[in-house]
Design a protein. Structure first.
Length: 202
């Protein structure tokens, strides 16, 4: 097999959702979802829009799934995400996501963790809020690639979670897709972030 043919096969395989899916960091075992008495969703950023701030697409897709789970199970929803800047009027990620959550889930019980600035703090600041409300286990909603790092942080806090990934991989699994290829930088980032977290926090 020539080098060009091998390179071509590698490039094609990198566009197959079924292949790319195998590159995700593994998700640790969690508790059963039926043990959870709350849902937790982690923010995925915000962006400027028309002179103000709105939740990013990552935050919104996580939030929509978290609301669906909370509504179906009749559980409260904790939204975690900070990065507010009072000097510029920038709100927290949690506040922006909560605005959307209350629009689509007006009768929901929404809690906020608005002070964190990264995944480690999302979890470290959320756990006391959950414990104050007598929550011993929660369903954790975030992107599939981000889930292992988030669960690692909950494990460090000694708090039980049930993983609920937001999976954006295109279907069907064996059809080449540019969308699958676009996941690779995110996957490599998460592997590096996991390594850094183990070095820095563990």
């Amino acid at each position: 097999m020539s080098a060009a043919t091998l390179l071509g096969l590698l490039l094609v395989s990198a566009t197959l959702p079924a292949v790319v899916r195998q590159l995700y960091p593994p998700v640790p075992d969690g508790v059963a979802a039926d043990m959870a008495t709350a849902v937790v969703v982690l923010g995925g950023g915000m962006k400027e829009h028309n002179g103000g701030w709105v939740a990013s697409s990552a935050s919104l897709r996580r939030l929509v799934e978290a609301v669906r789970v909370a509504r179906s199970r009749q559980l409260p929803l904790l939204i975690a995400g900070g990065n507010a800047d009072p000097a510029t009027g920038r709100p927290s990620e949690a506040a922006l996501m909560a605005q959307v959550a209350r629009d689509i889930y007006p009768d929901g019980d929404i809690w906020l963790e608005p002070d964190s600035s990264n995944t480690r703090e999302n979890v470290a600041f959320s756990v006391p809020l959950l414990q104050q409300r007598k929550v011993a286990a929660a369903i954790l909603v975030t992107d599939r690639s981000h889930l292992p790092r988030a669960m690692l942080c909950f494990d460090w806090e000694g708090f039980a979670v049930s993983p609920h990934p937001v999976d954006r991989m295109p279907d069907p699994s064996w059809m080449p897709s540019v969308g699958a290829l676009s996941h690779l930088p995110e996957i490599w980032y998460e592997w590096l972030a996991l390594l850094w977290y183990h070095i820095h926090y563990d």
